[in-house]
Design a protein around this ligand. Structure first.
Ligand code: SF4
Length: 377
């Protein structure tokens, strides 16, 4: 049941908080990139594991895939369908930013079998959109959603971001209210993190960003969970909520250790505990493909410790929690017992709880997931 990820490293604008691998759209670059992808796909399709696979999930992310023109998207999907085979019930997701969408692009996506749209809305208030440096308006966000429904998308995710500079709880509540009114099938909600080297990172260094304090940040996260759960969403992972039946299968494949193929710069692949990653940036990716040099920058087999860490992290991030019996089965009783003192302390402090044979984060623990996991590593 392998998954496929395809990276589109282009954006129409740069968001000031972003440290993903992307380039601003420039004429000629996309054609060169699609030609390079054609070569990478052909190489991967020769490997039996991928060439004979029936992919059950496909995720086209970025960057901004929908920054490509209609003709470029047409070419991209033709390549994908030429080189790989999808399962009949494949979940095929495309990430989109509202300002890059047209009804005609959405119709094209549907015609190529895309059945899930992930909309990078982030906020439904003009103030937060401006403070996050986004290039769409609130109305463009609403209109993109409406168009997607009109052309037949029955599975739409909305990405939201809290903790924007100067953001108040009133502002965040307004975004949540509009989201709930739209009734998307899936909501991902992330707190803004300040990454070094980004414009926000530089502003934070000179104290020029007025960010919500830690307590308000946690309150905003909890407010999102409370309101979305009351509206009927199932909270299935730290940052992800879905209506019944709309859990993202591609995410689940990653979290449950499935094999996956990543295409394009910075994309990662995984085959039975063996992980490899393509070179991060577009320029070396293109140069290496064009000279038939290897694009693989990292090629590693996970050590037992790394696999244990991944097991804990991926398990605890999910609402069901970490399967203690499966952990002991894979890594031994001793490995679990070695963590027992930390588990007991975290449980007594209200960050963890036992649910049958599962160990899971409490609401208090969910808000500080990274530090809880660190204590168990
Ligand atoms: S649209 Fe997404 S990938 Fe592009 S700059 Fe903004 S956050 Fe980064």
């Amino acid at each position: 049941m392998p998954a496929l990820y395809l990276h589109i490293p282009f954006c129409a604008h740069a968001c000031p908080y972003c440290d993903f691998s992307f380039e601003l759209l420039k004429g000629g670059q996309v054609k060169r990139y699609l030609d390079a992808l054609d070569i990478e796909m052909a190489q991967r399709a020769k490997e039996t594991i991928w060439g004979s696979a029936l992919f059950t999930t496909v995720f086209i992310g970025g960057g901004t895939p929908t920054a490509l023109s209609r003709d470029q998207l047409d070419k991209l999907f033709s390549l994908l369908h030429n080189h790989f085979r999808m399962a009949p019930a494949v979940e095929m997701t495309v990430e989109a930013n509202p300002e890059t969408l047209t009804r005609s692009k959405l119709t094209l996506l549907r015609s190529f079998g895309v059945n899930r749209l992930s909309l990078g809305v982030q906020a439904f208030t003009s103030v937060s959109l401006a403070r996050l440096g986004r290039h769409h308006t609130m109305n463009q966000g609403l209109r993109a959603f409406e168009w997607a429904r009109q052309v037949g998308f029955e599975n739409i995710n909305i990405d939201l971001m809290f903790g924007a500079p100067d953001q108040t709880m009133v502002d965040w509540d307004e975004t949540l209210s509009r989201t709930i009114d739209l009734a998307p099938d899936h909501v991902s909600t992330y707190g803004l993190t300040i990454e070094p080297g980004t414009p926000f990172g530089h502003q934070a260094e000179i104290d020029a960003l007025d960010l919500p304090d830690e307590d308000l940040h946690i309150d905003m996260y909890n407010r999102a969970l409370d309101r979305l759960i009351s509206a009927g969403y199932q909270h299935y992972e730290v940052s992800n909520l879905a209506r019944p039946g709309a859990v993202c299968q591609h995410n689940l494949a990653y979290w449950n250790g499935a094999d996956y193929l990543g295409l394009g710069p910075s994309a990662h692949s995984h085959i039975e505990g063996h992980r490899f990653a393509n070179v991060r940036d577009l320029k070396p990716y293109l140069e290496r493909i064009e000279t038939r040099a290897s694009i693989v920058d990292l090629d590693e087999t996970l050590s037992v410790d790394e696999r244990m860490h991944e097991f804990i992290l991926l398990g605890l991030r999910q609402a069901t929690g970490m399967d203690v019996q499966a952990f002991q089965h894979q890594f031994g009783y001793e490995a679990f017992q070695a963590r027992r003192p930390s588990i007991d302390t975290l449980t007594e402090s209200g960050f963890l709880e036992q649910n049958g044979t599962y160990l899971r984060l409490t609401r208090r623990g969910l808000a500080v997931v990274d530090s809880v996991c660190e204590r168990l590593m």
